[in-house]
Design a protein around this ligand. Structure first.
Ligand code: DHB
Length: 309
């Protein structure tokens, strides 16, 4: 069985889309919801609708992808209406992602969620690397601490945090210590590796247009960093804070590795972008085969059980 659970919400399997990938419209969201995915995450909402950055703003590459989308989305009200409608239809596996352009915007959206009838998981994205002039909040530890303090004065629904990748163990120590002070439901690691640069040497040109070609890296480029972040946070967070693993998943074996590092659920970005909804059935079959081969009956049989030398 690939049954999974976060804070009392059960998922038929552990596979979700990653926020941002093919999940901006009602049509996109419904096609994930009716696929073999275990659940769906909405495109990160800002308070107001946004067109995003100039095109070309995403490029698929042999080993992954680079993007600088700039948070194109239909605005908070659109996604709030969607999740409420899905909830009324009996779906409890829809995650509402929000990414304010400021702490004040985060607080405004979370206050609206608190006052709404939505009772599902909320994912606060602290890690968009692509909005011009806006640093990734997740790299400003004092700002994260202050924001969480403000949020948990009023928010008592289930809140997950989408974090950027960290690269030094002192960063894991500090961020985990901050998060452990609050009733956070889950941590989702990682968002894209911000501000890479991919160039075409033939034309001597950057492959995407915004920000002089700088953009977030996903796919195979991201997997070892993602595994380290899932493992690093799992070792440091209090046990009641669950983990979602995101980064570099394109096969059942990649999911297996994320679960070994401690992931309760996983999200698929780059590879879902290139394959579409059939990826959920493929990867779930692959993971099932691996589990049978290894004699594991449930995810809990190997979750977090990575061995070290
Ligand atoms: C975008 C990219 C991200 O990695 C993210 O977390 C949010 C938004 C974007 O460019 O749209």
């Amino acid at each position: 069985s690939m049954q999974a659970e976060i804070a009392g919400i059960s998922f038929d399997n552990l596979l979700l889309n990653a926020a941002g990938i093919r999940c901006s419209t009602v049509q996109d969201l419904n096609s994930i919801l009716t696929s073999e995915a275990g659940g769906v995450v909405t495109k990160s909402a800002t308070v107001e609708e946004r067109a995003g950055n100039e095109s070309p703003r995403m490029r698929a590459l042999p080993l992954g992808s680079i993007n600088s989308m700039g948070l194109p989305n239909h605005g908070f009200d659109y996604y709030m209406a969607y999740v409420l409608k899905a909830q009324s239809a009996g779906y409890n596996n829809v995650i509402l992602s929000v990414a304010g352009l400021s702490p004040a915007d985060d607080l405004l959206m979370l206050r609206e969620i608190q006052q709404s009838g939505f009772d599902g998981l909320v994912e606060l994205n602290l890690s968009c690397p692509n909005v011009k002039g806006k640093p990734q909040v997740g790299y400003d530890f004092a700002a994260v601490e202050q924001l969480l303090g403000e949020i948990f004065k009023f928010f008592d629904k289930r809140l997950g945090l989408k974090l950027p990748p960290y690269f030094d163990l002192t960063q894991f120590d500090e961020m985990a210590a901050i998060i452990n002070q609050y009733p956070v439901t889950y941590v989702n690691s990682i968002n894209s590796i911000g501000n890479g640069l991919v160039i075409d040497p033939v034309t001597e040109t950057a492959v995407i247009k915004p920000k002089g070609g700088f953009g977030g890296l996903g796919g195979e480029y991201a997997k070892p960093t993602a595994l380290a972040n899932v493992r690093g946070f799992r070792q440091r967070l209090k046990p009641e804070i669950q983990m979602i693993g995101t980064g570099g998943i394109k096969s059942g074996m990649d999911v297996f590795e994320h679960v070994l590092c401690g992931a309760d659920l996983v999200q698929i970005g780059t590879a879902f972008g290139s394959e579409g909804t059939p990826i959920f059935d493929r990867i779930s079959q692959e993971l099932q085969d691996i589990m049978i081969e290894k004699g594991y009956r449930r995810l809990a049989d190997f979750r977090g059980k990575l061995k070290t030398l």
